[in-house]
Design a protein around this ligand. Sequence first.
Ligand SMILES: Nc1nc2c(ncn2[C@@H]2O[C@H](COP(=O)(O)OP(=O)(O)O)[C@@H](O)[C@H]2O)c(=O)[nH]1
Ligand SMILES: [Mg+2]
Length: 332
Amino acid sequence: MGIFDKIKSVFKGKSQEEQKTIELYDKGLQKTRQDFVFKLNTLNKKYKKVSNEYFEELEEILIMADIGVNTVMNFIDKLKKRVKSENITDVEDLKEIIVDEMFIIYVNNQVIVNKINYSKEGPTVILFVGVNGVGKTTTIGKLAHQIKNDGKSVLMVAGDTFRAGAIEQIEQWAEKVGCEVVMRENSDPASVIFDGITKAKNENIDVVLVDTAGRLQNKVNLMNELAKINKVIGNIIPSAPHETLLVLDATTGQNGISQAKSFKEITDVTGIVLTKLDGTAKGGIVLAIKEEVNLPVKYVGLGEQINDLQVFDVEKYIYGLFKDMVGEVNEE
Ligand SMILES: Nc1nc2c(ncn2[C@@H]2O[C@H](COP(=O)(O)OP(=O)(O)O)[C@@H](O)[C@H]2O)c(=O)[nH]1
Ligand SMILES: [Mg+2]
């Protein structure tokens, strides 16, 4: 079965709940899809037959979608090999292979671990890191809402005590979600986090979401700060933090990739939250993260609303990118 049929079949007979998340992916990836698929269709009309010029232009389109130069080079090499071995001459026949190879990049014979590593006993602590404005606090709000809907208790900890307005913002989210938040203005983040984790342990709260400040101007400072935070958390709950999620803004493209590389050097990042996919035509960054940073994308932000954070699902992602090409809807 070809990848297009496979993608289609994945979505047949799904529950209403699942249909809703598929719609979110569909909507959230609209900008990328329109840009990318439109360019691809235009390219195919121009060339019709596979040639070196065709590959050169394809390369450019992929780089513009922020898939990352190295990733694109390997990708084009693979396509060329398949063109040769499968005797493909018509560019239309290449479409499905392009989608298939993208899928392979992401899956790459690995089991994709996008599940949160929940602690079996006591509170699960999730630490959020990332530079200013990427969406850490918003993600905490959205995730808290989901966790609460799953019937678990959740506590927010306002470890960003530097930025003006940061405390009000997390407080508003806590109100919206209906959960508690530990915060204290003008104090040391590690001490607020100490209070938060202690409270969670004493009150046997299921999940603690810890916000941090995202100053990357000085790497050594940030590294020391995160080391201190990790130590404080680990002193209270030895297995914690159970996850350190790096939040990246998809609209910043390759800049996000360099942030990921930096953060990987200074702390033990366990996964990525990729926000604002809905706001960019460069949704290909998901593939670059996989190839160039090799960290699992655990969640994607597909909009600003409380329900717009979704567990990352590569099949839904590929569907969102290529649905117009797969042939179910003909928007082009
Ligand atoms: N469109 C869109 N906006 C988002 C998403 N996630 C966060 N934002 C917006 O990004 C801005 C910065 O978010 P914030 O949580 O304050 O970032 P922080 O500095 O990392 O805590 C806010 O205006 C959010 O509403 C997303 O997935 N999609
Ligand atoms: Mg914040």
